[in-house]
Design a protein around this ligand. Structure first.
Ligand code: UT7
Length: 321
C-alpha cells in the first residue's frame, strides 16, 4: 500500500491593517496606484501589528488548519515553518509555534527558501510521510515582509505584504500529494537577498531586501515554464488535466505567463495578489486556503502549486486534493 501525504486541513491569517498603493504614494514614495497595479497587479497589502510575529501569525493559521483537519496539536509528529522573518535567529520559529500550540516532543524546525519556502517545506513533509517517518505534519508559511523592506525604495516596498498560511498533512492510502519538485541555483544569490546585520560593518542597522527586479523577473518566467513541464511529465499528465493553478503571488505578469504556458484561463488561477501583494512563503497556502474555503477547489481535483524566489530557489507540487 502506497503512502501518500493528504491535505487534511488548511488555514490562513492576514493582519488587520491594510496599506493601499495610494497610501504609499501619499506617504512620499515616488510611485502611483496606476503604475503599481499595471506592472504588478497589486492594489493593497496587509501589515502586521507591532506585537505580531511570524509565530503568532503562524499560530492563527495553524489553529484553523488543525480544526479543519480535525486533528489535535498533540497528535502532530512534525512542525515545519517556512519563514524569512523568524521571531528570533534561534530557536526556530517552529519551536516557538510548538510552544504556542501547547505541545511538546514532536520535531519542529524551520526551512529557509525565501518565497519558495512553503513548497520546500511541503516537499520535506511529503518525504517524511511517504517514508513512514511521520503520520501528521503541520506545514506553515509565515512572513512579516513589511519589516524587511526599505519604505523609501519604490523598487521593493510596493511589492510585499504580511500574512501566514498553513496546511495539515496526514498519511493516507489515497493521494494526496502526487509529486513535489524543488531546485536551487546559488549563482543568482546576488539578484535578490536580505543581508544579515551580524555580518555587516553597521551591525545595528536594520537590513533591507535588495533586488534587481527586472533580472529576477526574466529568470522567474523561464524557470517556472520549465518546472510546469517537469511536473506534468513526472505525472504523465497534460495541461488539460490540471483543474487549478495556485502560484506564488509575486507579479501578475509572471503568473499570467505561467498560466499561458499551461493554456489555462485566468479564471482557473487562484489570485490573491491584488489584495495581499507578495507574502513570500505564505502566498501559496493563503491562496490555497481561500479557494478551499470559498468552494473553488473541491476534493478530488488536481491542483498545481509553483513558486520562485531568492536563491534562486524554486519548486512545484502537484496535489490531488
Ligand atoms: O517573490 C520573489 C521573486 N520576486 C519577483 O519575482 C519580482 C520580479 N520583478 C518584478 O516583479 C518587476 O521587475 C518589478 C515590479 C519589481 C519592476 O517592474 P519592471 O516592469 O521590471 O520595472 P523596471 O524595474 O524595469 O523599471 C521600469 C521603470 C524604471 O524607470 P526608468 O528607469 O525607465 O525611468 C523604474 O525606475 O519603472 C520605474 N519604477 C517605478 N515607477 C513607479 C520602478 N519601480 C517603480 C514604482 N513606481 N514603484
Amino acid at each position: 500500500m502506497s503512502l501518500y501525504a493528504r491535505i487534511a486541513g488548511t488555514g490562513g491569517y492576514l493582519p488587520e491593517k491594510v496599506l493601499t498603493n495610494q497610501q504609499i504614494a501619499d506617504s512620499g514614495v515616488d510611485t502611483s496606484d496606476e503604475w503599481i497595479m499595471e506592472r504588478t497587479g497589486i492594489r493593497q497589502r496587509c501589515i502586521a501589528a507591532e506585537d505580531e510575529t511570524a509565530s503568532s501569525m503562524g499560530e492563527q493559521a495553524a489553529q484553523q488548519a488543525l480544526a479543519a483537519a480535525n486533528i489535535a496539536p498533540e497528535d502532530l509528529d512534525l512542525i515545519i515553518v517556512a519563514t524569512s522573518a523568524p521571531d528570533r535567529i534561534f530557536p526556530s520559529t517552529a519551536c516557538l509555534l510548538q510552544q504556542r500550540l501547547g505541545v511538546r516532543r514532536c520535531a519542529a524546525f524551520d526551512v529557509q527558501a525565501a518565497c519558495s519556502g512553503f513548497v520546500y517545506a511541503l516537499s520535506i513533509a511529503d518525504q517524511y510521510i511517504r517514508a513512514g517517518g511521520a503520520q501528521r505534519v503541520l506545514v506553515v508559511g509565515s512572513e512579516i515582509n513589511s519589516r524587511l523592506v526599505d519604505w523609501t525604495d519604490r523598487g521593493t516596498c510596493i511589492l510585499f505584504g504580511d500574512g501566514a498560511g498553513a496546511m495539515v498533512l496526514e498519511a493516507s492510502s489515497a493521494p494526496g500529494l502526487l509529486s513535489t519538485h524543488i531546485h536551487s541555483d546559488g549563482q543568482f544569490a546576488d539578484l535578490l537577498y536580505l543581508p544579515n546585520p551580524i555580518n555587516g560593518k553597521n551591525g545595528c542597522e536594520l537590513p533591507h531586501i535588495q533586488m534587481q527586479g527586472n533580472e529576477v523577473f526574466k529568470v522567474a518566467v523561464n524557470t517556472l515554464g520549465q518546472i510546469v513541464d517537469e511536473t506534468l511529465a513526472a505525472n504523465n499528465l497534460d495541461q488539460a488535466d490540471i483543474d487549478w493553478l495556485v502560484p506564488h503571488q509575486a507579479n501578475i505578469r509572471i503568473i499570467a505567463a505561467t498560466a499561458r504556458k499551461l493554456k489555462m484561463p485566468m479564471e482557473r488561477v487562484v489570485l490573491t495578489i491584488e489584495k495581499q501583494g507578495n507574502t513570500s512563503s505564505a502566498s501559496i497556502p493563503l491562496a490555497f486556503n481561500e479557494a478551499v474555503r470559498d468552494g473553488r477547489i473541491q476534493r478530488g481535483q488536481t491542483v498545481l502549486l509553483e513558486a520562485f524566489g531568492s536563491g534562486f530557489a524554486w519548486g512545484s507540487a502537484l496535489v490531488r486534493y
